[in-house]
Write a protein of this length. Structure first.
Length: 265
């Protein structure tokens, strides 16, 4: 695994393929995808139930801040997992750290139901609710300036780039001053970006999958400007590059993520 500020360099074949793929999905279809975004994610969870994403036991390893932001060892932390899906990140975290109270929300009502049905779900330790982060006010469920850490993990990429700032504005209201948003998401030229067939492109670095869900691939500069425009200060913002071996297809694929930390002053 490599961390740093330089983006991945494409091979000549990859560069040529991306250069060729300039045709955008029609405006009519783009508007339809935006309107049906919630339905498409709900269908995604209907098809895959809780089996699609693996439990993310790497969160505390990658984000030492969950320990570092405590002033004393067993201090109770309040976290918000924005875009919790079916709880792949939430439940490992609650199991590992008994001094956490978690707010968790997701766009998909079905995903929220899966979280509530999980054997580890307890209203004493977490409050989960359905929420469209681009328009539903988080203050309806969470007090202002009350959250120690917000995790935004593979969430922002699913939102239209024009609306991403609304999510950051919303989160800002519930985060305590001096506390952070921990971000991890798809980076520019990640393997997933190179696999899209022509006819999938919605805009610069923005694509639609066959199931109607969408994915944006971040550059360091774009993310930095996005957060700073909403009043956050940048603490860390870098690419994480790694090679993943797909043994079934005997392929070595380049994964690129952006891992970042932004603070509310």
């Amino acid at each position: 695994q490599k961390k740093g500020h330089s983006a991945r360099i494409l091979s000549p074949e990859e560069a040529e393929r991306l250069a060729k793929d300039q045709v955008l999905v029609s405006e009519f279809k783009q508007l339809k995808l935006e309107k049906e975004a919630q339905k498409n994610w709900d269908l995604f969870y209907k098809r895959n139930s809780t089996n699609f994403f693996k439990d993310r036991h790497w969160t505390t390893r990658e984000f030492q801040e969950l320990k570092a932001c405590r002033e004393f060892a067993d201090q109770k932390l309040t976290i918000l997992e924005a875009g919790c899906g079916v709880g792949n990140c939430l439940f490992p975290l609650l199991e590992e750290d008994l001094n956490i109270f978690a707010y968790a929300c997701d766009f998909s009502p079905r995903a929220v139901e899966y979280v509530k049905k999980n054997a580890l779900y307890s209203t004493e330790r977490c409050k989960v609710f359905q929420c469209d982060l681009t328009k539903d006010d988080l203050l309806e469920n969470i007090p202002a300036d009350s959250v120690d850490v917000v995790t935004l993990i593979f969430v922002l990429s699913a939102i239209h780039p024009d609306k991403m700032h609304l999510v950051l504005k919303n989160i800002y209201k519930v985060l305590k001053p001096g506390k952070c948003v921990l971000f991890r998401d798809y980076g520019l030229y990640d393997h997933a970006m190179l696999r899209f067939k022509s006819g999938s492109k919605l805009g610069e670095n923005f694509y639609v999958r066959q199931d109607g869900t969408r994915s944006y691939f971040f550059t360091e500069e774009f993310l930095s400007q996005l957060f700073k425009a909403e009043g956050y200060e940048q603490v860390v913002n870098e690419y994480v590059q790694r090679e993943t071996v797909n043994r079934k297809e005997d392929l070595c694929v380049p994964r690129v993520f952006l891992q970042s930390k932004f603070q509310k002053p």
